[in-house]
Design a protein around this ligand. Structure first.
Ligand code: NAD
Ligand code: ZN
Ligand code: ZN
Length: 346
């Protein structure tokens, strides 16, 4: 089968032919309908050879939707042709976190060498994808696969972050979304669907700010040195009760710190690598700062149910598998509106 692989440190990913996977006991083989292109892959492909955490070559793609193609021995409850989405942050299934469905925070994944598809294991940018357990599949009947596939990460990750802050987002409050890309443009819609907060979106690109307004941001502000002051002005000096940073570089983290309200939340979702010092006098009183990772199995079900209610309009641009390297180039240069989605079967 054809697959998009990252093969050489520092080189662009390539479309290659690899052996067709076959499901072993307990596994499920999917025919991939759609696979999402995440900025995290670009971060992975920028890491140096020394300390690179995954075996190469690596088939990319940690957002996947497909139909069941074959069941390994002992798998029940699914049949050929069933449309499913892949829950990506695989865990052991048995530790205390996994028992709660929080496989993203599995306590034993590292020790057992368990990795998500596309981030250590062969991913969804291929004609077929091997899924380690039916536990990691969620039915998506009735949903459009292209609009749905980004929800497995670009939807689930902001959903998890936003859910933590919902008790603070009462009427009259403000939420800030920094970076209106794949994750951010879904975050704006999640905030509008789940809270009465006013939503202010920040980006460095005028096109992305236009997209932010189209998907529901009440206000947009250029992400520059004046952004925090603009947010303070829009909030009568109080700042934002929740700031979600989908970039995570020094200037955006500084904006988050300067724009958050007393007792507010800052969620650093972007993996730009910047840190935010927490300590008395560093931030407004009792601000809570977190760096979340992906989301739980039950949260993925909730996001898909929200999509079924019609509350989410994910913007996508589709590419064939042969065009997948171009999709990464375009994401890298900031030219994708919403999420790029690869269609391995055309
Ligand atoms: P994307 O490229 O689709 O979107 C990034 C957006 O940020 C773009 O619109 C870009 O114009 C904007 N941007 C860039 N610099 C900016 C700045 N200084 N100020 C404001 N906006 C700026 O990327 P994505 O796929 O949505 O991913 C966003 C981030 O989230 C990445 O760092 C990615 O690695 C990370 N991520 C983290 C998790 C997690 O679990 N923590 C999960 C998925 C993605
Ligand atoms: Zn991702
Ligand atoms: Zn576990």
């Amino acid at each position: 089968m054809k697959a998009l692989q990252y093969r050489t440190i520092g080189a662009a990913p390539e479309v290659v032919t690899v052996p067709d996977p076959e499901p072993g006991p307990g596994q499920v083989l999917l025919k991939v309908t759609a696979a999402g292109v995440c900025h995290s892959d670009i971060a992975v492909m920028s890491w140096p050879a020394e300390g690179f955490p995954y075996p190469l070559p690596l088939t990319l793609g940690h957002e996947g939707v497909g139909t069941v193609a074959a069941l390994g021995a002992g798998v029940t409850g699914l049949k050929e042709g069933d449309p499913v989405a892949v829950y990506g942050p695989w865990g052991c299934g048995a530790c205390a976190k996994c028992a709660e469905g929080k496989e993203n925070y599995c306590l034993r994944a590292d020790e057992l060498g368990i990795r998500p598809p596309g981030l250590g294991r062969p991913g969804a940018m291929a004609e077929y994808l091997l899924v380690d357990s039916p536990r990691h599949l969620v039915p998506v009947d009735g949903l459009d696969p292209v609009a749905t596939v980004p929800l497995t990460d670009a939807g689930l990750t902001p959903y998890h972050a936003i859910k933590r802050s919902l008790p603070k987002l009462v009427p009259g409050t403000t939420a800030v979304v920094i970076g209106a890309g794949g994750l951010g443009h879904v975050a704006i819609q999640l905030l509008r669907a789940l809270s009465p907060a006013r939503v202010i979106a920040l980006d460095v690109s005028a096109d992305k700010l236009r997209l932010a307004r189209r998907v529901g941001a009440h206000e947009t502000v250029p992400s520059d040195a004046g952004a925090a002051a603009a947010i303070r002005e829009l909030t009568g000096g109080l700042g934002a009760e929740a700031v979600f940073d989908f970039v995570g570089v020094a200037p955006t983290v500084a904006t988050a710190a300067a724009a958050v309200a007393v007792e507010g939340d800052v969620s650093l979702v972007g993996i730009g690598g910047a840190a935010l010092p927490v300590g008395f006098g560093h931030l407004p009183f009792e601000v809570s700062v977190t760096a979340p990772y992906w989301g739980s199995r039950s949260e993925l079900t909730e996001v898909l149910d929200l999509a079924r209610s019609g509350a989410l309009a994910v913007h996508t641009e589709t590419f064939s598998l042969d065009e997948a390297p171009l999709a990464y180039e375009r994401l890298h240069s900031g030219e994708i509106e919403g999420r790029a989605v690869i269609l391995p079967h055309g």
